[in-house]
Write a protein that binds this ligand. Structure first.
Ligand SMILES: Cc1ncc(COP(=O)(O)O)c(C=O)c1O
Length: 402
């Protein structure tokens, strides 16, 4: 089997951990209230896969199914739409707490704002969310996609009225191109990763992901389910993983679950950063040829990493076959459990849990993570079949099987 690698960081003393003042519970509730004002809002399902979990040798598996998010088949719109809301609130001299979807999309607001162009670089899901929000606002968007992006994802962005292109660049270079264009054309860059000097919008995007995590913990609590002992979070630049980790830390405090970050071998920049553990960010370069398109990012988000360093102890790097396994497990769970349609970047966390529990060669990893028959695992299936052709090839026809 292709390599699966784990790096473990020592758990830090709670009082010495990075302060989460940008991610307080009250703020998370405000983010959720903002999203709830969208007519398309409904809570996404939290699927309990108890039989599958028992079959794997753990007590329970909760899967937050983001394929139902705003009709866009992925969670990403939460970040882009919140950041655009915050940008507009700031421009209007208002607080986001006073702004609803209805107000930001009103003709009066449009008149006050004039013509705006939002620009971003994306594998698909983030760009679709930005394009959708800009479209709802009667504004423009331009989206640059890395080379090799799926035509279906491009077309879904174009359907939202965006000017969108598949470039000849890898993800990180596409981000640089979008940034240059924002500067030269006076466009607003809505990127889901931060670097020195570009932090306000990425923080808003990370805060936007709180809705997904808050819904999940509230669903667990209101259904009277056992809280998770382990949460597996997939990472591209790590904004989603750090936003969710911050919410879990605020909600569960010292009894927060063990957090494990999962990345593709070709783009394991958080894994490399954790492995070096020297306080610096470590990047991965090259084409990042992986089926996990949403995770094919080589440069960790600079504002996310300090949160993960202090609250996430495990970092896994794994091959594409694990994402494919996860897609199949979720599509075809143990009889009696509800299936979940999960794409490559959405399913890798389920794939790694299944592999670690079932593969005797990974016993050591299972022990290091503390996974036992008492463990309750929470994963976020962050996308549905956003690349339908590949979904069918993997789930129906066994592509990337062993
Ligand atoms: C479906 C999906 N899951 C997870 C992620 C990872 O998010 P982040 O880049 O914030 O780590 C992405 C990023 O685009 C994605 O599209």
């Amino acid at each position: 089997m292709d390599t699966i690698k784990l790096v473990q960081l020592e758990a830090k003393d709670w009082s010495k951990r990075y302060a989460l003042q940008d991610f307080e519970m009250n703020h998370a509730k405000q983010v959720k209230a903002y999203h709830q004002s969208f007519p398309q809002y409904t809570e996404t399902p939290l699927v309990e896969m108890t039989r599958t979990a028992n079959h794997l040798g753990i007590a329970n598996l909760y899967v937050k199914d983001e394929s139902y998010r705003f009709g866009l088949n992925a969670f990403k719109v939460l970040g882009g739409s919140y950041a655009i809301g915050q940008y507009i609130a700031k421009k209007l001299g208002k607080s986001i707490a006073e702004l609803t979807f209805g107000e930001i999309t009103s003709p009066e607001t449009k008149k006050l704002l004039g013509d705006l162009t939002f620009v971003t670089a994306t594998d698909g899901n983030h760009g679709r969310g930005v394009a959708w929000t800009a479209n709802q606002l009667g504004q423009k968007s331009v989206v640059y996609m890395p080379k090799g992006s799926a035509i279906e994802r491009l077309e879904n962005i174009q359907k939202e009225g965006a000017e969108a292109y598949i470039t000849e660049l890898n993800y990180d270079d596409a981000v640089r191109l979008a940034n240059e264009k924002a500067e030269s054309e006076g466009w607003i860059m809505v990127q889901d990763t931060a670097w020195d000097g570009y932090e306000e919008i990425p923080i808003w995007i990370m805060q936007g992901y709180a809705t997904m995590a808050l819904e999940a913990v509230e669903q667990i609590t209101s259904k009277g389910l056992q809280p998770p002992t382990h949460v597996f979070l997939q990472a591209g630049v790590g904004s989603m993983a750090s936003g969710v980790t911050a919410l879990l830390a605020q909600y569960y405090k010292e009894s927060m679950p063990v957090i494990t970050i999962v990345e593709p071998n070709e783009a394991a920049c958080l894994y490399e950063t954790a492995k070096a553990d020297d306080g610096d960010i470590h990047v991965v370069t090259g084409d990042m040829n992986t089926i996990m398109a949403g995770l094919a990012c080589g440069e960790p988000c600079t504002i996310g990493m300090p949160i993960l360093r202090d609250y996430a102890t495990n970092y896994i790097s794994c091959p594409d076959t694990i994402a494919a396994d996860g897609m199949r497990v979720l599509a075809s769970p143990t009889k009696g459990d509800m299936p979940v349609v999960s794409g490559e970047s959405g399913a890798v966390t389920t794939g790694i849990v299944a592999q670690i529990m079932k593969n005797s060669e990974l016993l050591d990893m299972k022990e290091k993570l503390g996974l036992t028959e008492k463990s309750v695992v929470l994963v976020f299936s962050t996308e549905g079949d956003t690349d339908q052709k590949n979904y069918e090839d993997v789930v129906w026809f066994g592509k990337y099987g062993k």
